[in-house]
Structure formats: C-alpha cells, structure tokens
Design a protein around this ligand. Structure first.
Ligand code: LMR
Length: 328
C-alpha cells in the first residue's frame, strides 16, 4: 500500500512538473499610449513575433493606455516583478541615470534620422546597459517623434508668448529647466492625467508629438499648436534585469530576435504615424497649427539653449558631442 502511495505521489509530482514546463511564460508589457501610436504598434508587433518564434513557450500580454499602471507607477511595478516589459519615454529615467537626459536637451537633434544614427551607434548602444546595476536592462530604442507646443492661447509665435503660462511636463528635470528658461511654469504630471488638466485649465499647455496629441485628443481641448520641433519623444524598451538574466537561453534569443524585428517595424512606422496624425489634427480644425519662420526659430533656440550648459556636467560633454555628431 505504502509503495503504491509513494508511486502515485511520484507520478503526480512528475506530471505537475511536466504540466508546468509546458505552461507558457507570461510576459506583461505595460505602456501608457494608445494602440495606434508608434509605441502601441511596436508592442503589438513584438507580441506577434515573439509568440510566433516561441510557440507555446511565451505569452505576451500587452496593456496599453495606462490600463495597468500610469507612468508614475510603472517603473516600480517593473522593479518589483509585477510586469516584465515597459517602454517609458527617455525623459522618465532621471532617477536611474543622468546620461539619458541628453535626449531631453532642447534643439539637440535636428530630426529623427539623427536620433536613429545616434541610438544605433556605439555610444547609443552602450546606454542600453547604463542601468543594469539598478535592475533595469535596456533591450531597444523606439522612436516616436518631434515635440510640438500646444496651448489654450490662440498663438505662440515668439518665446515671449509663453511667459507665465503653465505647461505640463514629463517627470524630467531638464524639461523643467527648459520651461523655466522660457519664464514659464512647468508642472510634472503623469501622461494619463494630461487631457483632464488641459480641459479644466489646470495647465495652459503641454509639449508632445503629433501622434500623442492626436490619440489623446489634446487638440480638442487646446486652441493652438506651434510646430516647434524643439525636442523629441523616444523610448527605451526595458526589462527587469534579474528576470531577463534568468530566462532560458532559447527564450532570451527568441525574444531578442522578436524585439529587433519589432524595432525596425515600429521605427519605420513612427514617421508615417506622426505625419498622418498631424494631418488629422489639421483636418479636424479644432486647434490651429502655426509654423515658425527661421527668425522665430532662432529666438526659441537662443532662449532654450542655456539648458545645455546647465546639464553638461551631469550628462557629460562627450555624450552631448557624440549626439551632436549624429546631425551631420
Ligand atoms: C508623455 O508623458 O507625454 C509621453 O512620454 C507619453 C509617451 O509614452 O509617449
């Protein structure tokens, strides 16, 4: 009898081990933008590719639109292991490294192609590993687009026009300094709270890409958008590094391949999505789009550029110079 019981127990143990070995690894990927944005599309493409390359071995669950965590909570959730993947804007890493602040310097990159050159070069690639000691592994950079300024004012043409206005910013000290350099009042706020803050007049304006403005409907509660292209919104796809390092080799390889392919896809799409969303905003006719003359732009640049000097020591002059090189 005892022998039978022992055999049955051994059998149960074996079958449960087999069953659990067959269970796919659940990978939660949380983010704050809509599905029809560059980041949203990248996340869905990654899911499709990873599940195709590793059939039955992984299940990627994508949670868009701050559904699971807002961007002031998602990093803690990653570090605690509640989620495995995130793609925060590079402006939201202040607490973990000062180096990524380089991406927030106003008028540093002339366009997204320059950003892409920098990120795929050796200096950019190294930055993916810059937070490993803090439990964060960078897997890829994803592009969104150039930032524009939206407000409840009829028009912002010269830097003086923003004096005294309240602007929502991402959680970034460089961006705070950028608005202070314009004598405006920056206010750090989670992305999920921006629409309401604009609608109720808690803030007068914000800076963002065409795709974020359109998908969050900011243009419906703002009177004007000035096409300043004064900065960029970009992402680092990150994993909890303990979790990433503990993955079986075949899974890690499959996920890396899927990530590389999803990155190419999302980064090409970013240009198209932003162009298309600019047109949709223009066609909707709610917020009027203003462009700047070369002379206006020189003024905006002049007013914002002192921010570079202020952050040069924190970021490192080498890094700033390397980023500038990518404009050539
Ligand atoms: C923002 O907070 O404005 C953006 O970083 C949101 C995003 O993830 O694109």
């Amino acid at each position: 009898m005892r022998l039978i019981l022992t055999l049955l127990a051994a059998l149960a143990l074996t079958s449960s081990t087999v069953a659990s070995a067959q269970e796919p690894i659940i990978i939660k990927f949380s983010h704050v933008t809509a599905d029809n944005t560059p980041k949203g599309q990248g996340a869905l493409k990654f899911k499709e590719l990873a599940e195709k390359k590793l059939p039955g071995k992984v299940e990627i669950q994508v949670f868009p639109n701050s559904q699971l965590f807002a961007d002031d909570q998602e990093m803690d959730a990653l570090l605690l292991g509640d989620i495995q993947l995130l793609a925060p804007s590079l402006s939201k890493f202040d607490r973990y490294t000062k180096k990524l602040q380089v991406f927030d310097l106003p008028f540093l990159f002339k366009d997204l192609d320059a950003v892409n050159r920098f990120q795929t070069g050796s200096v950019g690639k190294e930055l993916l590993n810059s937070m490993h000691g803090k439990g964060i592994q960078g897997l890829a950079y994803w592009l969104n687009g150039m930032k524009q300024l939206s407000t409840s004012k009829p028009q912002l043409q010269r830097p003086d026009d923003v004096k005294g206005l309240k602007f929502r910013i991402q959680d970034s000290d460089v961006l705070q300094e950028q608005f202070r350099a314009l004598d405006a009042n920056p206010q750090k706020m989670a992305f999920s709270e921006v629409y309401q803050a604009l609608q109720t007049g808690v803030v007068d304006g914000q800076e963002n890409t065409w795709s974020n403005i359109f998908t969050q409907k900011f243009h419906e509660v703002q009177d004007s958008i000035t096409e300043t292209n004064h900065g960029v919104i970009l992402y680092m796809v990150i994993a909890n590094s303990d979790w990433w390092d503990s993955l079986p080799a075949d899974i890690q390889t499959g996920l890396s391949e899927a990530m590389n392919e999803a990155t190419v896809y999302a980064n090409q799409l970013a240009f198209e999505i932003n162009e298309n969303d600019r047109k949709q905003i223009s066609d909707a006719g709610k917020a009027k789009i203003h462009t700047l003359s070369a002379d206006d732009l020189t003024e905006w640049r002049k007013q914002m550029e002192p921010v570079w000097k202020k952050y040069e020591t924190d970021i490192g002059k080498d890094l700033i110079d390397a980023a500038l090189q990518s404009n050539n």
